[in-house]
Design a protein around this ligand. Structure first.
Ligand code: MN
Length: 189
């Protein structure tokens, strides 16, 4: 499973979104870059409607080995909600510079989310606080219309196994053995 995260053509970078039921249910955006996963926590999840802004809290980088993980972490159950690849749009081709400036425009090639997106930093991380960004769908043919169902309601279950969060928790408890407990050491947060 881990190897699959890294099995993509040259120039393509892995992308994923986790649904994570920690103290509060939230989603985690992961963009592979420079050997790690850039990470943002999305308290309300993504919106597929153009112009609808969603808060994205910058988190520490995560290991690429965990991208496709699905199971119960010590912080709560984790579902793989979307997966695929991503690429910077031409104006964000210098990813390091875009991250420093606080505007990253990119294209998702996910199974659920596709097309153009923009991450914009609106607040720097000061005094141990995490930088706050917004995530916004760009207007393109992949954007949902006002009448379309919210993507989070449209696809509540796992993109890889179709399981509900309850089924992931149930399956995990059934398979709980020493090996599985070691998996909890993964640095998903
Ligand atoms: Mn999380």
């Amino acid at each position: 499973m881990e190897a699959e995260a890294n099995r993509h053509a040259f120039g393509e970078r892995a992308y994923g979104i986790k649904k994570h039921h920690a103290t509060r249910l939230h989603y985690d955006l992961r963009l592979e870059w420079n050997g790690v996963l850039l990470s943002w926590a999305l308290p309300e999840g993504p919106s597929n409607r153009a112009g609808e802004i969603r808060k994205a809290i910058e988190m520490e980088d995560h290991s690429t080995a965990n991208l496709l993980f699905e199971g119960v972490h010590e912080t709560g159950p984790i579902m793989l909600w979307d997966r695929g690849t991503w690429e910077p749009q031409p104006e964000s081709d210098d990813i390091a510079s875009s991250l420093r400036r606080g505007v990253l425009r990119f294209t998702l090639h996910g199974e659920r989310l596709k097309g153009g997106w923009t991450l914009t930093r609106i607040k720097s991380g000061r005094n141990a606080q995490r930088p706050i960004w917004t995530l916004c769908k760009q207007a393109d043919s992949f954007a949902a219309s006002r009448d379309d169902k919210c993507v989070l309601e449209k696809w509540p279950n796992s993109v890889s196994t179709g399981r509900t969060m309850e089924e992931i928790v149930h399956d995990w408890a059934e398979r709980k053995d020493k090996h599985e407990r070691q998996r909890k050491l993964f640095d998903e947060t």
